[in-house]
Write a protein that binds this ligand. Structure first.
Ligand code: PMP
Length: 417
Protein backbone atom coordinates (compact mmCIF):
# COMPACT_ATOMS: atom_id res chain seq x y z
CA UNK A 1 0.00 0.00 0.00
CA UNK A 2 1.27 3.48 -0.74
CA UNK A 3 0.54 6.76 1.00
CA UNK A 4 -1.94 7.77 -1.68
CA UNK A 5 -4.06 4.74 -0.90
CA UNK A 6 -3.62 4.78 2.87
CA UNK A 7 -3.94 8.53 3.44
CA UNK A 8 -5.66 10.17 0.52
CA UNK A 9 -9.44 10.10 0.36
CA UNK A 10 -11.39 7.69 -1.81
CA UNK A 11 -12.59 10.76 -3.69
CA UNK A 12 -9.39 10.81 -5.76
CA UNK A 13 -10.15 10.14 -9.40
CA UNK A 14 -7.73 10.85 -12.27
CA UNK A 15 -4.91 9.04 -10.47
CA UNK A 16 -6.93 5.83 -10.68
CA UNK A 17 -6.78 5.81 -14.47
CA UNK A 18 -3.13 6.87 -14.51
CA UNK A 19 -1.60 4.81 -11.71
CA UNK A 20 1.92 6.17 -11.53
CA UNK A 21 3.76 8.99 -9.76
CA UNK A 22 4.63 11.94 -11.97
CA UNK A 23 7.72 13.97 -11.29
CA UNK A 24 8.36 16.32 -14.19
CA UNK A 25 6.45 17.95 -17.00
CA UNK A 26 7.63 19.89 -20.04
CA UNK A 27 5.54 21.00 -23.01
CA UNK A 28 3.25 18.16 -24.11
CA UNK A 29 5.02 15.56 -21.95
CA UNK A 30 4.84 14.29 -18.38
CA UNK A 31 7.48 12.04 -16.83
CA UNK A 32 7.04 9.59 -13.98
CA UNK A 33 9.45 8.44 -11.31
CA UNK A 34 10.24 5.28 -13.27
CA UNK A 35 11.63 7.42 -16.06
CA UNK A 36 8.66 6.81 -18.34
CA UNK A 37 7.50 9.52 -20.70
CA UNK A 38 3.83 10.23 -21.37
CA UNK A 39 2.36 12.34 -24.11
CA UNK A 40 -0.32 14.48 -22.48
CA UNK A 41 -3.56 14.58 -24.48
CA UNK A 42 -5.54 15.87 -21.50
CA UNK A 43 -3.65 19.07 -20.65
CA UNK A 44 -5.01 19.37 -17.12
CA UNK A 45 -8.59 19.21 -18.38
CA UNK A 46 -7.91 22.26 -20.51
CA UNK A 47 -5.73 24.09 -17.98
CA UNK A 48 -2.48 23.69 -19.89
CA UNK A 49 -3.36 25.14 -23.28
CA UNK A 50 0.24 26.37 -23.56
CA UNK A 51 1.72 23.09 -22.32
CA UNK A 52 3.53 22.28 -19.09
CA UNK A 53 6.04 24.81 -17.77
CA UNK A 54 6.15 26.96 -20.89
CA UNK A 55 9.64 28.58 -20.78
CA UNK A 56 8.42 32.14 -21.45
CA UNK A 57 5.84 31.95 -18.66
CA UNK A 58 8.25 30.16 -16.33
CA UNK A 59 10.85 32.91 -16.81
CA UNK A 60 8.30 35.60 -15.95
CA UNK A 61 7.21 33.68 -12.86
CA UNK A 62 10.76 33.05 -11.60
CA UNK A 63 11.75 36.67 -12.18
CA UNK A 64 8.68 37.84 -10.26
CA UNK A 65 9.30 35.49 -7.33
CA UNK A 66 12.99 36.38 -7.20
CA UNK A 67 12.18 40.06 -7.06
CA UNK A 68 10.00 39.43 -3.96
CA UNK A 69 6.92 40.47 -5.91
CA UNK A 70 3.71 40.26 -3.84
CA UNK A 71 2.34 36.72 -3.81
CA UNK A 72 -0.90 37.09 -1.87
CA UNK A 73 -2.86 40.30 -1.80
CA UNK A 74 -6.58 39.66 -1.23
CA UNK A 75 -7.98 42.22 -3.69
CA UNK A 76 -5.49 44.94 -2.85
CA UNK A 77 -4.02 46.94 -5.70
CA UNK A 78 -0.71 45.53 -6.86
CA UNK A 79 1.51 46.38 -9.79
CA UNK A 80 1.04 42.83 -11.12
CA UNK A 81 -2.74 43.20 -11.05
CA UNK A 82 -2.61 46.58 -12.78
CA UNK A 83 -0.45 45.18 -15.57
CA UNK A 84 -2.79 42.21 -15.94
CA UNK A 85 -5.89 44.41 -16.20
CA UNK A 86 -4.20 46.75 -18.67
CA UNK A 87 -2.99 43.82 -20.77
CA UNK A 88 -6.38 42.09 -20.71
CA UNK A 89 -7.97 45.30 -21.89
CA UNK A 90 -5.37 46.02 -24.58
CA UNK A 91 -4.89 42.49 -25.95
CA UNK A 92 -8.27 40.82 -25.47
CA UNK A 93 -11.18 43.14 -24.68
CA UNK A 94 -10.54 46.30 -26.73
CA UNK A 95 -9.68 44.59 -30.05
CA UNK A 96 -12.94 42.63 -29.76
CA UNK A 97 -15.03 45.64 -28.84
CA UNK A 98 -15.93 44.06 -25.49
CA UNK A 99 -16.62 46.55 -22.72
CA UNK A 100 -16.71 44.10 -19.85
CA UNK A 101 -16.03 44.91 -16.22
CA UNK A 102 -13.69 42.40 -14.60
CA UNK A 103 -14.37 40.57 -11.33
CA UNK A 104 -11.79 38.45 -9.49
CA UNK A 105 -14.08 35.83 -7.99
CA UNK A 106 -11.70 33.34 -6.36
CA UNK A 107 -9.39 31.05 -8.24
CA UNK A 108 -11.50 28.14 -9.54
CA UNK A 109 -14.02 27.74 -12.33
CA UNK A 110 -16.74 26.99 -9.78
CA UNK A 111 -15.96 30.28 -7.97
CA UNK A 112 -16.45 32.18 -11.19
CA UNK A 113 -19.67 30.32 -12.03
CA UNK A 114 -21.09 30.99 -8.54
CA UNK A 115 -20.32 34.68 -8.87
CA UNK A 116 -22.01 34.80 -12.29
CA UNK A 117 -25.16 33.07 -11.03
CA UNK A 118 -25.35 35.31 -7.96
CA UNK A 119 -24.86 38.44 -10.03
CA UNK A 120 -27.52 37.43 -12.55
CA UNK A 121 -29.97 36.78 -9.73
CA UNK A 122 -29.14 40.06 -8.02
CA UNK A 123 -29.44 42.11 -11.21
CA UNK A 124 -32.76 40.62 -12.31
CA UNK A 125 -34.33 39.90 -8.92
CA UNK A 126 -35.23 36.48 -10.33
CA UNK A 127 -34.22 33.07 -9.02
CA UNK A 128 -34.34 30.51 -11.81
CA UNK A 129 -31.31 29.76 -13.96
CA UNK A 130 -31.80 27.68 -17.08
CA UNK A 131 -29.01 25.30 -18.02
CA UNK A 132 -28.53 22.54 -20.57
CA UNK A 133 -28.55 18.78 -20.62
CA UNK A 134 -25.07 17.36 -20.01
CA UNK A 135 -23.77 20.73 -18.83
CA UNK A 136 -20.87 20.90 -16.39
CA UNK A 137 -20.27 24.01 -14.33
CA UNK A 138 -18.54 22.88 -11.13
CA UNK A 139 -18.96 21.19 -7.77
CA UNK A 140 -20.33 23.91 -5.48
CA UNK A 141 -24.07 23.93 -4.83
CA UNK A 142 -25.04 26.73 -7.21
CA UNK A 143 -22.86 25.33 -9.99
CA UNK A 144 -24.06 21.78 -9.32
CA UNK A 145 -27.65 22.93 -9.66
CA UNK A 146 -26.92 23.82 -13.30
CA UNK A 147 -24.80 20.69 -13.92
CA UNK A 148 -26.28 17.61 -15.58
CA UNK A 149 -24.28 14.63 -14.32
CA UNK A 150 -26.46 12.65 -11.87
CA UNK A 151 -23.57 11.21 -9.84
CA UNK A 152 -22.08 14.64 -9.28
CA UNK A 153 -25.51 16.08 -8.46
CA UNK A 154 -26.21 13.35 -5.87
CA UNK A 155 -23.04 14.34 -4.03
CA UNK A 156 -24.72 17.62 -3.05
CA UNK A 157 -26.80 15.88 -0.39
CA UNK A 158 -29.43 18.60 -0.53
CA UNK A 159 -32.00 19.49 -3.18
CA UNK A 160 -30.47 21.42 -6.06
CA UNK A 161 -32.93 24.14 -6.78
CA UNK A 162 -33.80 27.24 -8.76
CA UNK A 163 -32.64 25.76 -12.04
CA UNK A 164 -34.07 23.81 -14.94
CA UNK A 165 -32.34 21.90 -17.76
CA UNK A 166 -33.15 22.55 -21.42
CA UNK A 167 -32.14 20.36 -24.41
CA UNK A 168 -28.65 21.25 -25.68
CA UNK A 169 -28.01 21.50 -29.41
CA UNK A 170 -28.89 18.19 -31.11
CA UNK A 171 -29.97 16.58 -27.81
CA UNK A 172 -33.16 15.47 -29.56
CA UNK A 173 -31.27 14.17 -32.63
CA UNK A 174 -32.54 16.92 -34.90
CA UNK A 175 -36.12 15.65 -34.57
CA UNK A 176 -37.38 18.83 -32.96
CA UNK A 177 -36.82 22.41 -34.13
CA UNK A 178 -34.24 24.24 -32.01
CA UNK A 179 -35.64 25.93 -28.90
CA UNK A 180 -39.18 24.66 -29.49
CA UNK A 181 -39.56 23.77 -25.80
CA UNK A 182 -37.67 26.79 -24.46
CA UNK A 183 -39.69 29.27 -26.51
CA UNK A 184 -42.93 27.52 -25.61
CA UNK A 185 -42.43 27.61 -21.85
CA UNK A 186 -41.10 31.17 -21.90
CA UNK A 187 -44.06 32.43 -23.87
CA UNK A 188 -46.83 30.49 -22.11
CA UNK A 189 -47.86 32.14 -18.85
CA UNK A 190 -49.32 28.79 -17.85
CA UNK A 191 -46.09 26.81 -18.34
CA UNK A 192 -45.12 26.88 -14.69
CA UNK A 193 -41.72 28.39 -15.38
CA UNK A 194 -40.88 31.47 -13.34
CA UNK A 195 -39.13 34.12 -15.44
CA UNK A 196 -35.46 33.07 -15.46
CA UNK A 197 -32.59 35.31 -14.39
CA UNK A 198 -30.12 33.77 -16.81
CA UNK A 199 -29.27 30.93 -19.14
CA UNK A 200 -25.82 29.40 -18.70
CA UNK A 201 -24.22 27.59 -21.61
CA UNK A 202 -20.95 26.03 -22.77
CA UNK A 203 -20.29 26.46 -26.49
CA UNK A 204 -18.71 23.00 -26.44
CA UNK A 205 -19.55 20.72 -23.53
CA UNK A 206 -16.16 19.46 -22.46
CA UNK A 207 -17.19 17.21 -19.59
CA UNK A 208 -20.60 16.32 -20.99
CA UNK A 209 -19.22 14.31 -23.92
CA UNK A 210 -17.65 16.92 -26.23
CA UNK A 211 -20.99 18.13 -27.55
CA UNK A 212 -20.58 21.02 -29.95
CA UNK A 213 -23.21 23.71 -30.25
CA UNK A 214 -23.58 25.08 -33.78
CA UNK A 215 -22.96 28.79 -34.31
CA UNK A 216 -26.54 29.30 -35.51
CA UNK A 217 -27.87 27.54 -32.42
CA UNK A 218 -25.83 29.87 -30.19
CA UNK A 219 -27.04 32.89 -32.13
CA UNK A 220 -30.65 31.81 -31.73
CA UNK A 221 -30.05 31.24 -28.02
CA UNK A 222 -28.69 34.77 -27.72
CA UNK A 223 -31.80 36.03 -29.55
CA UNK A 224 -34.15 34.17 -27.22
CA UNK A 225 -32.32 35.66 -24.22
CA UNK A 226 -32.57 39.15 -25.62
CA UNK A 227 -36.28 38.78 -26.49
CA UNK A 228 -37.13 37.63 -22.97
CA UNK A 229 -34.65 39.86 -21.12
CA UNK A 230 -32.75 36.87 -19.77
CA UNK A 231 -29.03 37.26 -19.14
CA UNK A 232 -26.78 34.99 -21.21
CA UNK A 233 -23.84 33.50 -19.33
CA UNK A 234 -21.17 31.71 -21.35
CA UNK A 235 -19.08 29.35 -19.25
CA UNK A 236 -15.76 29.51 -21.11
CA UNK A 237 -13.83 27.87 -18.27
CA UNK A 238 -12.73 24.93 -20.45
CA UNK A 239 -13.26 26.23 -24.00
CA UNK A 240 -11.88 29.73 -23.47
CA UNK A 241 -8.26 30.89 -23.79
CA UNK A 242 -8.06 29.56 -27.32
CA UNK A 243 -9.17 25.93 -27.01
CA UNK A 244 -11.47 26.22 -30.02
CA UNK A 245 -9.27 28.74 -31.90
CA UNK A 246 -10.23 32.29 -30.91
CA UNK A 247 -9.59 33.56 -27.36
CA UNK A 248 -13.29 33.28 -26.47
CA UNK A 249 -15.08 30.25 -27.84
CA UNK A 250 -18.22 32.28 -28.62
CA UNK A 251 -16.43 34.62 -31.03
CA UNK A 252 -17.05 32.40 -34.05
CA UNK A 253 -20.80 32.59 -33.43
CA UNK A 254 -20.63 36.40 -33.32
CA UNK A 255 -22.53 36.63 -30.05
CA UNK A 256 -21.75 38.85 -27.05
CA UNK A 257 -22.74 37.19 -23.77
CA UNK A 258 -23.84 39.38 -20.87
CA UNK A 259 -21.52 37.47 -18.51
CA UNK A 260 -18.48 35.30 -19.27
CA UNK A 261 -16.61 33.05 -16.87
CA UNK A 262 -12.99 32.04 -17.44
CA UNK A 263 -10.50 29.96 -15.47
CA UNK A 264 -8.36 26.88 -16.26
CA UNK A 265 -5.87 28.16 -18.89
CA UNK A 266 -6.16 31.79 -17.89
CA UNK A 267 -2.89 31.80 -15.91
CA UNK A 268 -1.33 29.76 -18.69
CA UNK A 269 0.82 27.93 -16.18
CA UNK A 270 -1.65 25.82 -14.24
CA UNK A 271 -1.77 28.38 -11.43
CA UNK A 272 -5.31 28.75 -10.06
CA UNK A 273 -7.00 31.85 -11.45
CA UNK A 274 -10.49 32.77 -12.59
CA UNK A 275 -12.30 35.84 -13.87
CA UNK A 276 -15.92 36.85 -14.29
CA UNK A 277 -16.55 39.40 -17.03
CA UNK A 278 -19.80 41.29 -17.45
CA UNK A 279 -21.45 44.25 -19.08
CA UNK A 280 -20.78 47.40 -16.98
CA UNK A 281 -24.52 47.97 -16.37
CA UNK A 282 -24.61 44.66 -14.52
CA UNK A 283 -22.03 45.74 -11.98
CA UNK A 284 -24.44 46.03 -9.06
CA UNK A 285 -22.21 44.34 -6.48
CA UNK A 286 -21.83 46.01 -3.09
CA UNK A 287 -18.17 46.22 -2.04
CA UNK A 288 -17.18 42.83 -0.60
CA UNK A 289 -20.53 41.23 -1.34
CA UNK A 290 -18.83 38.32 -3.12
CA UNK A 291 -15.55 37.90 -1.29
CA UNK A 292 -12.72 35.37 -1.10
CA UNK A 293 -9.21 34.96 0.28
CA UNK A 294 -7.51 33.81 -2.89
CA UNK A 295 -8.68 36.47 -5.33
CA UNK A 296 -5.27 38.07 -5.41
CA UNK A 297 -2.94 35.27 -6.41
CA UNK A 298 -0.40 37.56 -8.04
CA UNK A 299 1.96 34.91 -9.50
CA UNK A 300 -1.02 33.81 -11.61
CA UNK A 301 -1.54 37.42 -12.72
CA UNK A 302 2.09 37.53 -13.83
CA UNK A 303 1.92 34.35 -15.93
CA UNK A 304 -1.52 35.30 -17.27
CA UNK A 305 -0.18 38.67 -18.40
CA UNK A 306 2.78 37.03 -20.11
CA UNK A 307 0.51 34.45 -21.77
CA UNK A 308 -1.75 37.19 -23.15
CA UNK A 309 1.21 39.14 -24.50
CA UNK A 310 3.01 36.13 -25.90
CA UNK A 311 0.12 34.23 -27.51
CA UNK A 312 -2.63 36.76 -28.13
CA UNK A 313 -1.00 39.94 -29.43
CA UNK A 314 -1.88 38.85 -32.97
CA UNK A 315 -3.95 36.15 -34.71
CA UNK A 316 -1.10 33.72 -35.39
CA UNK A 317 -1.71 31.45 -32.39
CA UNK A 318 -5.43 31.27 -33.03
CA UNK A 319 -4.90 30.41 -36.70
CA UNK A 320 -2.35 27.79 -35.77
CA UNK A 321 -4.82 26.21 -33.33
CA UNK A 322 -7.47 25.97 -36.03
CA UNK A 323 -4.94 24.32 -38.39
CA UNK A 324 -3.82 21.85 -35.72
CA UNK A 325 -7.43 21.13 -34.87
CA UNK A 326 -8.09 20.25 -38.50
CA UNK A 327 -5.13 17.90 -38.41
CA UNK A 328 -6.60 16.16 -35.36
CA UNK A 329 -10.04 16.09 -36.95
CA UNK A 330 -8.64 14.43 -40.08
CA UNK A 331 -6.85 11.79 -38.00
CA UNK A 332 -10.11 11.12 -36.14
CA UNK A 333 -12.01 10.91 -39.44
CA UNK A 334 -9.68 8.10 -40.44
CA UNK A 335 -10.22 6.35 -37.11
CA UNK A 336 -13.97 6.64 -37.60
CA UNK A 337 -13.78 5.31 -41.17
CA UNK A 338 -11.58 2.38 -40.09
CA UNK A 339 -14.01 1.51 -37.32
CA UNK A 340 -17.34 2.09 -39.04
CA UNK A 341 -18.34 -1.51 -38.21
CA UNK A 342 -18.63 -0.65 -34.49
CA UNK A 343 -20.50 2.61 -35.04
CA UNK A 344 -17.47 4.84 -34.43
CA UNK A 345 -18.13 8.58 -34.35
CA UNK A 346 -16.21 11.74 -33.60
CA UNK A 347 -17.16 15.29 -32.80
CA UNK A 348 -15.35 18.45 -31.86
CA UNK A 349 -14.09 21.85 -32.87
CA UNK A 350 -10.67 23.51 -32.75
CA UNK A 351 -8.43 21.47 -30.44
CA UNK A 352 -11.13 19.61 -28.54
CA UNK A 353 -12.38 16.34 -29.96
CA UNK A 354 -14.31 13.34 -28.76
CA UNK A 355 -14.31 9.80 -30.09
CA UNK A 356 -16.76 7.03 -29.29
CA UNK A 357 -18.59 4.01 -30.67
CA UNK A 358 -21.81 2.05 -30.13
CA UNK A 359 -20.39 0.34 -27.03
CA UNK A 360 -20.23 3.02 -24.32
CA UNK A 361 -17.58 1.00 -22.48
CA UNK A 362 -15.08 1.16 -25.33
CA UNK A 363 -13.75 4.67 -24.61
CA UNK A 364 -12.62 3.66 -21.11
CA UNK A 365 -10.77 0.67 -22.53
CA UNK A 366 -9.11 2.87 -25.16
CA UNK A 367 -7.94 5.31 -22.47
CA UNK A 368 -6.55 2.44 -20.33
CA UNK A 369 -4.71 0.99 -23.34
CA UNK A 370 -3.42 4.47 -24.20
CA UNK A 371 -1.92 4.85 -20.72
CA UNK A 372 -0.10 1.54 -21.15
CA UNK A 373 1.32 2.94 -24.39
CA UNK A 374 2.40 6.28 -22.90
CA UNK A 375 -0.54 8.53 -23.79
CA UNK A 376 -2.75 10.34 -21.28
CA UNK A 377 -6.29 10.32 -22.60
CA UNK A 378 -9.45 10.73 -20.51
CA UNK A 379 -13.10 9.87 -21.00
CA UNK A 380 -16.00 12.29 -20.97
CA UNK A 381 -19.79 12.09 -21.13
CA UNK A 382 -22.49 10.79 -18.78
CA UNK A 383 -21.47 7.16 -19.37
CA UNK A 384 -17.77 7.96 -19.86
CA UNK A 385 -18.54 6.87 -23.41
CA UNK A 386 -16.34 9.39 -25.22
CA UNK A 387 -12.53 9.48 -25.35
CA UNK A 388 -11.65 13.15 -25.13
CA UNK A 389 -8.72 14.43 -27.19
CA UNK A 390 -7.45 17.62 -25.53
CA UNK A 391 -3.74 18.18 -26.20
CA UNK A 392 -1.93 21.40 -25.37
CA UNK A 393 -2.48 23.94 -28.16
CA UNK A 394 1.30 24.18 -28.37
CA UNK A 395 1.70 20.49 -29.26
CA UNK A 396 3.75 20.08 -32.42
CA UNK A 397 2.37 18.34 -35.50
CA UNK A 398 4.71 15.44 -34.75
CA UNK A 399 3.33 15.15 -31.21
CA UNK A 400 -0.23 15.27 -32.50
CA UNK A 401 0.52 12.56 -35.06
CA UNK A 402 2.31 10.43 -32.46
CA UNK A 403 -0.61 10.75 -30.04
CA UNK A 404 -3.14 9.84 -32.71
CA UNK A 405 -1.08 6.80 -33.69
CA UNK A 406 -1.05 5.63 -30.09
CA UNK A 407 -4.78 6.24 -29.92
CA UNK A 408 -5.38 4.15 -33.05
CA UNK A 409 -3.19 1.39 -31.65
CA UNK A 410 -5.01 1.57 -28.33
CA UNK A 411 -8.34 1.27 -30.11
CA UNK A 412 -7.13 -1.84 -31.96
CA UNK A 413 -6.04 -3.31 -28.62
CA UNK A 414 -9.31 -2.37 -26.90
CA UNK A 415 -11.34 -3.92 -29.72
CA UNK A 416 -9.51 -7.22 -29.61
CA UNK A 417 -9.43 -7.44 -25.79
N1 PMP B 1 -17.11 25.01 -16.00
C1 PMP B 1 -16.61 24.19 -16.93
C2 PMP B 1 -17.09 24.30 -18.33
C3 PMP B 1 -15.64 23.23 -16.59
O1 PMP B 1 -15.16 22.41 -17.53
C4 PMP B 1 -15.20 23.16 -15.25
C5 PMP B 1 -14.14 22.16 -14.81
N2 PMP B 1 -14.05 21.01 -15.53
C6 PMP B 1 -15.76 24.05 -14.32
C7 PMP B 1 -16.70 24.97 -14.72
C8 PMP B 1 -15.35 24.01 -12.87
O2 PMP B 1 -14.05 24.46 -12.71
P1 PMP B 1 -13.26 24.12 -11.35
O3 PMP B 1 -13.03 22.63 -11.35
O4 PMP B 1 -11.99 24.89 -11.46
O5 PMP B 1 -14.11 24.57 -10.24
Amino acid sequence: MNVFETLESEVRSYCRGWPTVFTKAVGSHLHDENGRDYLDFFAGAGTLNYGHNHPVLKRALIDYLESDGVTHALDMHTAAKRTLLETLHRVVLRPRGLEYKVQFPGPTGANAVESALKLARKVTGRETILSFTNAFHGMTLGALAVTGNSMKRRSAGVPLQHSMPMPYDDYLDGQTPDFLWLNAILEDSGSGLDAPAAIIVETVQGEGGVNVARAEWLRELAEVCKRHEILLIVDDVQMGCGRTGPFFSFETAGITPDIVVLSKSLSGYGLPFALTLFRPELDVWEPGEHNGTFRGHNPAFVTATKALEHFWSDDAFSEQTVAKGERLGAALDKLVADNADIGAYRRGRGMVWGFGADDPGLAGKVCAAAFDRGLLLETSGPLSEVAKVLPPLTATDDELDAGMEIMADSLRAARSA
